[in-house]
Write a protein that binds this ligand. Structure first.
Ligand SMILES: Nc1ncnc2c1ncn2[C@@H]1O[C@H](COP(=O)(O)OP(=O)(O)OP(=O)(O)O)[C@@H](O)[C@H]1O
Length: 485
């Protein structure tokens, strides 16, 4: 789109910030009211994009030596008292040092007698390893009987995330003889086991609830319950009910572990009831954005211009891997169809697709066969694909507030952009805004997280391309570099 195309001339941002224009009524949440407009506001006041000034050669070891970085740690995995076979697994995965959340959470989690934990840390900082290492440290694999008995249960909101966690347990536990891992996600009736004979079970709440009810999964020896993306699990109507029902069928003494990058206040209060008397690792919302993620936005005058901007971006989307987030399943399908018809290669994954088909799409995306993935919020959380260098918020994540007013969905914004910039890598997140309400939502997001979201001037696509390419290139070089450290 070009600013010139705007009905009133000038970019949306320019129009909004003209001093002689009456200011727009905005909805502010309690938290945004506490923020000031200065500093954080400048980026959304029509500033044009500055070239990113990233140093390519930022070593992972340097990030981990910086006390202000979420990857910082003073200890080694050896210091954390892990079983040598687990240390071997970590080493095979090329994990050299724990991140901050791993270093802080592991002693709390592994302490005996076990205590509950509510743990928060920025996206892509290694929460999965924190809870998986505790699970692996607690399972008893000494007898045939125990090896076939579920001892730890990990719940995640989507099948993609559950399958991903299975992969992590598998890698970290690869030297633990007799470890078996069960996946409890919706499956064809024919593929369902009669009995879950695994020591660690990872699944989605509905399927796990069903398996326990049908006595396929015996919950009586479970020692640890983990809820990944816990705020989402406990907040969402359906998932929340299912989690509560599952928990009511588990031993009362079970260690409850809740992890997420976000814990909005109302869910946090609830989480404290779900995991009573828990140790806590929490962050303020100003600390939540990840430094390596460059946040940008594009003015679009209408929906059609959003689409043409996306097509313009296509060449950049395929430099690394990219995820495009849209609001509805229907628009994911429509954009996929349209782009495919125009000769672009894109895939889409939504909750409307059947299980095994979903597995095929996410697997193709993971292994790089599909490089551009159009999706809904179903993949906003947890998905870890290190090659993702660009995230596009085709539609800004929003919720319906009082009187059906459109309000930003802060948590989802953070989780979506967190699909890039994993564990010290650099990534780009671009949000499209096509009207004043959306621009205002983005401004509120910026204030809420005290971050910079800079405008890309689409009147010069060559310049846009140059800037984004350079950032992505740096990201890839850095990822490569970090991997070699
Ligand atoms: N100590 C470590 N050393 C090297 N890499 C690590 C370490 N811990 C985690 N990672 C890698 O960092 C990436 C992000 O980890 P993970 O998916 O656990 O993040 P997360 O905090 O759960 O993110 P999200 O909030 O998005 O779910 C993964 O690819 C993981 O393998």
């Amino acid at each position: 789109m070009s600013a010139e195309n705007n009905e009133t001339g000038g970019s949306l941002a320019d129009r909004i910030t003209k001093p002689d224009e009456p200011s727009q009524p905005t909805t502010t949440t309690e938290s945004t009211e506490k923020q000031t407009d200065d500093g954080a506001g400048t980026a959304l006041q029509g500033s044009s994009l500055q070239e990113p000034d990233y140093q390519v050669e930022v070593k992972l070891s340097d990030l981990q030596a910086d006390p202000n970085n979420p990857l910082f740690s003073v200890k080694s995995f050896e210091d954390l008292g892990l079983d040598p076979r687990i240390l071997k697994g970590l080493s095979a995965m090329n994990f050299r040092k724990p991140s901050k959340v791993q270093e802080r959470a592991l002693p709390l989690l592994m302490h005996n007698p076990p205590k509950n934990l509510v743990g928060q840390s920025q996206s892509g900082t290694g929460k999965t390893a924190a809870f998986v290492l505790n699970v692996l440290s607690r399972v008893d694999l000494s007898t045939e009987e125990m090896r076939a008995t579920p001892q730890a249960l990990i719940l995640a909101p989507t099948r993609e995330l559950a399958r991903q966690i299975v992969g992590v347990v598998h890698s970290m536990g690869q030297f633990l003889d007799g470890l078996s891992i069960g996946t409890a996600v919706p499956a064809d009736a024919s593929a369902r086991p009669n009995r879950m004979t695994a020591s660690v079970v990872v699944g989605t709440p509905g399927t796990v609830q069903d398996m326990i009810k049908r006595r396929i999964l015996n919950p009586t020896r479970l020692q640890v319950l983990v809820l990944d993306e816990a705020d989402n699990m406990l907040d969402q109507q359906g998932l929340g009910d299912q989690c509560i029902r599952v928990k009511s069928m588990l031993p009362r003494t079970i260690q409850v572990v809740l992890f997420s990058a976000t814990f909005p206040a109302h869910v946090h209060r609830y989480a404290a009831k779900f995991a009573p008397d828990a140790n806590e690792i929490t962050l303020h919302h100003e600390e939540l954005t990840v430094e390596g993620i460059k946040q940008l936005y594009m003015d679009c005058s209408n929906d059609e211009e959003k689409y043409s901007n996306l097509v313009q971006l296509y060449g950049l989307l395929t430099v690394g891997s990219s995820i495009i987030f849209v609001r509805t399943r229907a628009s994911a399908v429509e954009i996929e169809k349209r782009m495919t018809a125009e000769g672009h290669t894109v895939a889409s994954l939504t909750g409307g697709i059947e299980g095994s088909q979903r597995d095929a799409v996410i697997d193709a995306f993971r292994n790089g066969e599909a490089k551009v993935l159009i999706t809904t919020n179903v993949l906003a959380r947890g998905i870890d694909v290190s090659t993702v260098s660009l995230v596009v918020n085709y539609d800004i994540p929003e919720v319906s507030g009082p009187n059906r007013k459109r309000e930003p969905d802060y948590q989802t914004y953070l989780h979506r952009i967190g699909r890039t910039g994993r564990f010290g890598r650099i990534g780009v997140a671009i949000s499209f805004v096509s009207n004043r309400e959306e621009w205002d939502m983005l401004r509120q997001i910026q204030q809420h997280f005290t971050c910079q979201i800079e405008r890309i001037d689409t009147s010069d696509w060559d310049e846009v391309e140059r800037i984004i390419k350079r950032t992505i290139k740096n990201s890839r070089a850095q990822a490569q570099f970090a991997q070699n450290q």
